[in-house]
Design a protein. Sequence first.
Length: 402
Amino acid sequence: MTGLGDPGPLAGVRVLDAATVLAGPLAAQLLGDYGAEVVKIEHPARPDSMRTHGPAKDGVGLWWSMIGRNKRCIGLHLGVPEGQEIFRRLAGAADVVVENFRPGVLERWGLGYQQLRQINPGLVLLRVTGFGQTGPYAQRPGFGTLAEALSGFAAITGEPDGPPTLPPFGLADSIAGVTGFGAVLTALYSRATRGGEGQEIDLNILAPLVTALGPQPTVYDQLGTVPQRTGNRSGNNAPRNTYRTADGQWVAVSTSANSVAERLLRLVGHPEVTEAPWFGSGAGRAAHADLLDDYVAGWVGARTRDQVQAAFEAADVAVAPVYTVADLLADPHVTETELVTTVADPALGPVRMQNLLFGLSGTPGRIRFTGRPAYADTGEVLGELGIGPERVARLRERGVVA
């Protein structure tokens, strides 16, 4: 999926990525993975801070090498008239624009959806914000951490006697980025089947995470129930937890299906509990989680991880080791299925990163190149608009481009 081959199902789709950390750039990366031509637009003096997020090697941001992949990079100042005119020309030939400025900023620059659709009626504009284009919070700065707090995620994450817990990675942003990818594809499909009109997509970071949290609003509306922190347990079924093995490793067990729960309790030597009247439902088992966890933890704790996995697999019971990233990269299934792939990078050499999000049998997409240096492609992209080297040099002197 990383070399030459089919250009991908989105070949011919042109995307302008004018967004920064993290949801918008991820949506644009996914479009590029499946063949779209993506041009990354960054401020001439302040490139996307994704370039410096997280660890770096020899000054090269390692997160950027992934999220910047398949994107040509230009420097363009959208806050000045000449930069705005160049952006209009780029948007006039584009299919998709991705942005995450606060509501009203593009309009103030004369680059809002109503202005751009006069130039290009087929344009799809993905607008990613913390709280949406309207509403009392629209002008607030929005980051994934705030969505993780407001959504109810933090309130139910952590131990019962501990504080609300935030994830140590961009959970809300990442879910929003994948959602934005789907939203753009939906709009492109609508354009292709319903007369060629583009549309504006209003995506906030909060909504996808609220959706991912399941039926909490409905449960509260109908029952008045507010979920509490339960650690690794679930209120929907049991046993569901992590358990320590005799060799100091951990395994995760899930018994969402009644039949799996029955097989597990027989495996750990307590078939009698499967006859209890409460055992036949996930909620009933969850109410007896202390008892069930004791049975499972005692059995697991007397065996090594390899022994546990072998016995669970023989009994057709769901189990997985709790991996570090080092374990993940060494796993034979991950290796054989190329969940993580190796891509050549001019600065880093061979670099491993997540492969494409999903496989397509006929038009699989590919990683053509890793994240490019800031402004590496300005001359080439502007040249395609008919802006020659001399004018590019003058624009650089004035800080319009970089």
